[in-house]
Design a protein around this ligand. Sequence first.
Ligand SMILES: [Zn+2]
Ligand SMILES: [Zn+2]
Length: 348
Amino acid sequence: MKAAVLKTLKEPLVIEDVPLPTLGPKNVLMKVKQCGICITDIKMVSGVRPTGNLPFIIGHEGVGIVEDVGKEVTHFKTGERVLMDPLLSCGMCLNCSFGRDNMCESRRLIGITNETPGVYAEYGVIPERNLYKLPDEVSFSDGVLINSLLSPAFHGVKRMDFKASETACVYGLGSIGTMTILALKAFGASQIIGVDINEQALKNAEKFGLDYVINSKKEDPVKRIRELTGGKGVDVAFEVVGNHETILQAIYSTRHGGRTCILGVPFYHVVIDFKDALGFFHELSEKEASIIIAWGYTRQEFPMMLNMVKKRLIDFSPCRTKVIPLEEVNEGIKWTGEGKYTRVIIEF
Ligand SMILES: [Zn+2]
Ligand SMILES: [Zn+2]
């Protein structure tokens, strides 16, 4: 089968013929139809994220059609359209038993952890437990967007126990920020305010159904959010940047009793200036602030997301996807890094 193989770090992927992976008894052979290109893939190619032994086939955002099933597979049959969940969890540890498999003690990821090759390839072998049927109403590209970008945003909104008619603000309007807007709309948000410093990102995010946009380079977002919410602040603030300044701004944007969800991960040494520690902790105490981190997604969220996309409660039409053949994978990686598209998707 044809695959794009990572042979040398910092070098383009090499397209070549590789043997078809062997099908274990509990596995499904998936004929890959599409696979998203993720920032994680770029980090692996550039060596920022360790990959282990090379050569290795990356790619964890796959959708496809069941080509063959192992002897013990009971839930799938040839010809079915499927979406893969790359997270290999044990189902046995304490976190798994609480339904928090995003924190499984033996967590591994298809196409990321070295011993489990990914799906920048015509076929992939996926454990039955990691597949979900794609309803007819959900396109392959919708499946890629669910797997890649909606999942962490949806998990964040779920984790905040977001209630219909609540208000929200979203700091950072890139791909996951815009997915957070879509999830908030589906959960019945009455007001969504978007904040970014990039005029193009603000313009693009408006299409996703924001009530207000704030360019935080031009005006103080906390002050503006308070003005837009009758002086109170929002019920829930989402931070999707991973920057210590926006984390603080998000916290300050919430009302008394409000909640802050941190979806962004700072990738640098953060020094929080506690010169005004009293002021900061006074603010937190006085409004009994909840600050919650959301990380990844859980298995139980896939059927929910699939249903909501099927019913068009979540509508991906404002997303900008670019579909490319496998031969253009290296250009696709470059475009992903430039952030021009919601997702660049390889199609087979
Ligand atoms: Zn990904
Ligand atoms: Zn586990």
